[in-house]
Design a protein. Structure first.
Length: 166
């Protein structure tokens, strides 16, 4: 039975699993799950809401049904097309060799050693820079607090000429 020979009423009577099987048989090749579901939804004239409600059930049914086989990466085919060994070979990927990463690891190690070559002078410079930053921040913070408590205008009016005022 071909999909082209089916009437809309017959398509509506078929389950999504049956339609999926017919689609795969006609195409005679494995296809991604999303494409298969889209074709079924189009044949059954499903609304977006119906698609959202049925996609998980269809995926579950495909996993449980004995006719389907996943080939990895979301691609599905009919189990009858593949021998057991062939299906396992397509699913299992050989690990890739990583020769370049070893060179990168050696370079990273050299960079780390270069970073660790810090002299006393470097440490003194870093401490001086840190102290300067802290002193500047502390001074500004103190000035802001004094301005908040006394008020900037009041501070300008103070007379520092007499020792008693200090």
């Amino acid at each position: 039975m071909s999909l082209k020979e089916l009437t809309q009423e017959q398509i509506d009577d078929l389950s999504m699993i049956e339609l999926g099987s017919l689609i795969l048989k006609e195409k005679n090749k494995a296809i991604p799950f999303q494409d298969l579901f889209s074709q079924i939804a189009e044949l059954k004239n499903l609304s977006e809401e119906q698609k959202e409600n049925l996609i998980a059930q269809f995926y579950t049914d495909m996993n449980v049904d004995g006719r389907y086989l996943t080939l990895g990466s979301g691609v599905w085919g009919l189990k009858s097309w593949y021998s057991v060994e062939q299906g396992e070979e397509e699913i299992t990927e050989e690990p890739k060799k990583r020769k370049k990463k070893k060179k990168a690891a050696v370079e990273d190690t050299e960079d780390i050693h270069d970073d660790l070559d810090i002299t006393d002078e470097d440490i003194d410079d870093m401490l001086d820079d840190f102290d300067d930053d802290v002193e500047d921040a502390d001074l500004e913070e103190i000035e802001d607090e004094v301005d908040d408590v006394i008020g900037k205008d009041d501070l300008d009016e103070l007379d520092y000429d007499n020792e008693d005022d200090r």
